[in-house]
Design a protein around this ligand. Sequence first.
Ligand code: ATP
Ligand code: ATP
Ligand code: CA
Length: 217
Amino acid sequence: MAKKQFAVIGLGRFGVSVARKLMEARHDVLGIDIRDEKVEDVEQYFTHAAVADATEEKALTALGVRNFECVIVAIGNDIQSSILTTMLLKNLGVQKIIAKAVSKRHGQVLEKIGVDWIIYPEKDMGERVAKQLLSPNVLNYIELSKEHNIEEIKLPVKMVGKNLRELNLRAKYNINVIALVRDGDVIVSLSPEHSLQQDDFLIVIGNRKDLVKFSDL
Ligand code: ATP
Ligand code: ATP
Ligand code: CA
């Protein structure tokens, strides 16, 4: 992936986590916070870090924020600052704006402003925890639509030693295997004769109801 320029506004736990991952992937990250101690904490790890009030247009312009491909607004509790900042970014013509919302109403306002991706960290994480508790065999999942998921599911014990031809999962469970994860390696071109082992994970695509039936085995 080509090197990209990201700006993260608000260096709380959420903002710092996003920025850290982007830095690890060797992208450029500008971190901005109104409090100097927050900026001091991250200065040595980020490409740039600046103390600024993001609700001031002059400050954003001086930092060249409009030139960034993607800006993440990680201000949460101070809803007014979050909204003012996103409005300014939108007016400056920033291509892609991602913002964290702390409530449904906060999210609705961000949507009106035209934020490209609104994240509800607590709500999303809570749902993931519940899903994990309800389906302990599902390690990971992606919601493709209201009905379909891609899920990483632990191989049911009774299928250990069998292969895809014998298991006939398409016919029996109406699901399709995309790949196999074994010891952290992903095997994408999986032959129907490949023998499955204990502790294997299957990456499968299918209807959510069918996936639940399979992961509950
Ligand atoms: P988190 O839940 O991510 O840990 P938090 O609960 O500490 O965050 P938030 O209110 O979500 O706090 O704010 C995140 C950061 O945004 C804080 O470090 C805060 O100083 C910063 N921030 C708030 N207002 C502004 C602003 N106008 N300009 C720049 N940074 C701001
Ligand atoms: P099909 O039309 O079902 O793909 P096929 O004989 O062309 O039939 P093969 O690739 O030879 O398919 O595999 C034989 C059987 O193994 C399939 O019918 C299916 O039941 C199972 N199978 C193979 N690959 C997968 C997969 N990726 N996901 C689920 N089941 C599979
Ligand atoms: Ca918080």
